[in-house]
Design a protein around this ligand. Sequence first.
Ligand SMILES: Nc1ncnc2c1ncn2[C@@H]1O[C@H](COP(=O)(O)OP(=O)(O)O)[C@@H](O)[C@H]1O
Ligand SMILES: [Mg+2]
Length: 217
Amino acid sequence: MSCSINVKNVSYEVNEKTIFENITLNVSHEEKIAIIGSNGSGKSSFLKILAGLIKPKEGEVFLFHDKMNSLKEFKKYRSDIGYLPQDVSDFFLCPTVIEDVMFNLRAKGVKKDEAYEKALNTLTELGIEHLEERNIYDLSGGEQKIVALAGILITKPKILLLDEPTNALDEDAEKKIVEILNSIKKSMIIVSHHKSFIESLTPTIYKLDNKSLQKVN
Ligand SMILES: Nc1ncnc2c1ncn2[C@@H]1O[C@H](COP(=O)(O)OP(=O)(O)O)[C@@H](O)[C@H]1O
Ligand SMILES: [Mg+2]
């Protein structure tokens, strides 16, 4: 099963207003691509379509070469897709950082001790082990974002869809994320405004502009 995403002629509209149309994009096995574009150009909506959270108006989405005919069909791949929303404030299910990061593993049947060890390792890799016992809702937006990313990475999804993973992060945190994302050989779509961050991850950049997606270089 190669980890690919194929999008054919996808269009999206909100309240009868076209946000984008005829987007065609292929992300192959282990390929990383970035999407830039001004506010409101539809980047987050596009990622939500790929994560199976909203339906496109027209067009086709294939995950792992399997055509997704309805939102229900995305369920099959839910654990293979790691989706980091732009706004993570509603993303958490447990009160403390360590519990939340462990939760996804516990849900897969991993025993408590093993889940704890893995969660702590993931927090350490991301440089946030000092947040282990903190209440998630007392954290800053940037800290919450990195905790959410830890909760995704720990389950080792096959495809990563990351919506502005570094907004509100400081330089050190951003550096750690670059190292980690560069070490992960998976298909990835990264939405970001942050030019140097994107360029340190991939040379393949697309821009959502004027309702269409064009390759920048
Ligand atoms: N559920 C929604 N209700 C109303 N407008 C929406 C909704 N989702 C997206 N939009 C609008 O669609 C446009 C694209 O939004 P979005 O995908 O968040 O863009 P971006 O992530 O590029 O900033 C924006 O104008 C936004 O206000
Ligand atoms: Mg957005």
